[in-house]
Write a protein that binds this ligand. Structure first.
Ligand code: KG4
Ligand code: ZN
Length: 356
C-alpha cells in the first residue's frame, strides 16, 4: 500500500491542531496554542481549554487543508484524531469534529493514542527538515517519552508493540519544569523559559537531588522531591535577587532533570543491548537535554533520534502519521476513547510481522 494521505486533529490539552500528512511527510501542520488563555492561571484550566478548542477547531482544520492545497475531503485517504489520554472535554471537541467529517466524507477515521503520536513524531519530515524516514523504520528501540503528563521509558519492539520499562512515580518531567517556573514567577509553560535561563547559568551552583538513580530503581523516576528541593532552597535563601542567581538556579535544576533522564535512557539501552534511542514529547525540545543526549550517544555508540523542534510539542502531524502507519499495517479504523494514560494500553497493540 502506498502512503495514505491523512488529515488529523489533536485537541487533548491546550493546543488545537490539524495537519495533513502523507505517510511521514508533513504537507501542513497548524497549531493554535492556548498558552495566553491559561498563562495567568499558571496551568491549563480544563473548562477554558474545551471552550477555546470549540472556537478554534474549524478554522484550524480549514487552514491545514488550505496550506496543503486540499479542497475536497475526497482528496484524502483517511482521517485521524487523538482519542486520549487527555482532558476529556478537550478531547471530545476534536473527536466530534472528526466524526462529523468522517460522516459526511465517508473516509475511514482512526483514533490515535496521544503517546503513540509522540513516538511516531521522531520520524516526521517536511519541506524544511527533509525526509527522515530511515530504512530501520520502527526497528526496535528505546523511547524516552518526556512531556507535561508523561515520563516513561518504553521498549518499542515494533510499531504498535510497546512495553513500559519504567515511569514516574509522581510528577512528569515537564510538570516539574512548569511547577518550578510557577514557583519562581516565570509563567507558563515553564520548560522553554527555564531552558533559556539555564543556558546562561552554572549547573554546579546548587546541588539538587537526583532521585531514584540507584540500580534497584532501574527505570523509575521521581521529580516531586526535586520540586520541593527548589522550594526549600527559595524558602531558606529567599527568591533569586539577581539574574545570575536566577540563571544559576535554573541551570542547577535543569542539570538535575537532564542527569536523571539521560542516566535512565542510557541504562535502558545498555540493559536491553539496544543502542537505538528516540527521545520524544514536549521536553525533548530542551536544549540542555539534547546536548547531553548527543554526548551519551557518542560515548556509547547509540543511534539517537529526536523530532524536529516544531514536532516536539503537541501537534496533529504526529497523530496523522501514527494513523497512516496503522492504516499501512492493515488496522481497521475506529475511535474509542483511551481510558488508560499509558502507551501499553492493550488497544494500542497491533500484531507484529505485518507489511512493512
Ligand atoms: O508534549 P507536550 O507539548 O504536551 C503534553 O503532552 O504534555 O509537552 C508539554 C510540556 C510542558 O510541561 C512544557 O513545559 C514542556 O513540555 N517543555 C519543555 C520545553 N519545551 C516544552 N520542557 C523543557 N524544556 C523545553 N525547552
Ligand atoms: Zn503531548
Amino acid at each position: 500500500m502506498s502512503d495514505p494521505r491523512i488529515l488529523a486533529i489533536e485537541s487533548s490539552c491546550d493546543e488545537t491542531a490539524a495537519a495533513i500528512v502523507r505517510g511521514f511527510w508533513v504537507e501542513s501542520s497548524v497549531v493554535a496554542s492556548q498558552i495566553e488563555v491559561h498563562a495567568r492561571f499558571g496551568g491549563v484550566v480544563p473548562e477554558l481549554a474545551s471552550r477555546h478548542h470549540l472556537g478554534a477547531v474549524v478554522p484550524v482544520v480549514r487552514e491545514a487543508m488550505k496550506a496543503a492545497g486540499v479542497v475536497e475531503l475526497s482528496e484524502l485517504d483517511g482521517l485521524a484524531v487523538t482519542a486520549g489520554p487527555g482532558l476529556v472535554g478537550a478531547l471530545l471537541v476534536g473527536v466530534q469534529m472528526a466524526r462529523g467529517m468522517a460522516a459526511v466524507s465517508r473516509l475511514p477515521l482512526f483514533g490515535v493514542h496521544h503517546m503513540e503520536g509522540h513516538i511516531v513524531s521522531a520520524f516526521l519530515g517536511d519541506a524544511v527538515d527533509g525526509f527522515r524516514r530511515a530504512p530501520e523504520e520502527f526497528a526496535p528501540h528505546v523511547a524516552l517519552l518526556v512531556s507535561g503528563g508523561h515520563t516513561e521509558i518504553v521498549h518499542v519492539a515494533g510499531f504498535g508493540d510497546y512495553t513500559i520499562l519504567g515511569a514516574t512515580r509522581d510528577d512528569a518531567a515537564g510538570e516539574a519544569y512548569d511547577k518550578v517556573a510557577k514557583l519562581l514567577g516565570l509563567g507558563y509553560p515553564g520548560g522553554p523559559v527555564i531552558d533559556r535561563l539555564a543556558a546562561e547559568g552554572d549547573p554546579h551552583a546548587i546541588d539538587f537531588p537526583r532521585a531514584m538513580t540507584a540500580k534497584k530503581h532501574e527505570f523509575e523516576f521521581s521529580f516531586s522531591g526535586l520540586k520541593t528541593a527548589v522550594l526549600v532552597h527559595t524558602e531558606r535563601g529567599g527568591m533569586p535577587r539577581s539574574r545570575a542567581e536566577l540563571t544559576d538556579l535554573c541551570a542547577s535544576f535543569q542539570a538535575a532533570v537532564v542527569d536523571v533522564l539521560t542516566l535512565k535512557a542510557r541504562r535502558a539501552c545498555r540493559q536491553l543491548k539496544l543502542p537505538r534511542l528516540h527521545v520524544v514529547g514536549g521536553v525533548s525540545a530542551n536544549r540542555g537535554l539534547r546536548a547531553r543526549l548527543e554526548q551519551i550517544a557518542e560515548e556509547d555508540g547509540i543511534a539517537l533520534r529526536v523530532p524536529p523542534l516544531r514536532y516536539c510539542g503537541d501537534n496533529a502531524a504526529m497523530i496523522a502519521a501514527a494513523a497512516a502507519a496503522r492504516a499501512r499495517v492493515g488496522q481497521a479504523p475506529g475511535v474509542e476513547l483511551f481510558t488508560s494514560r499509558a502507551i501499553d494500553d492493550p488497544r494500542v497493540r497491533v500484531a507484529r510481522g505485518v507489511e512493512s
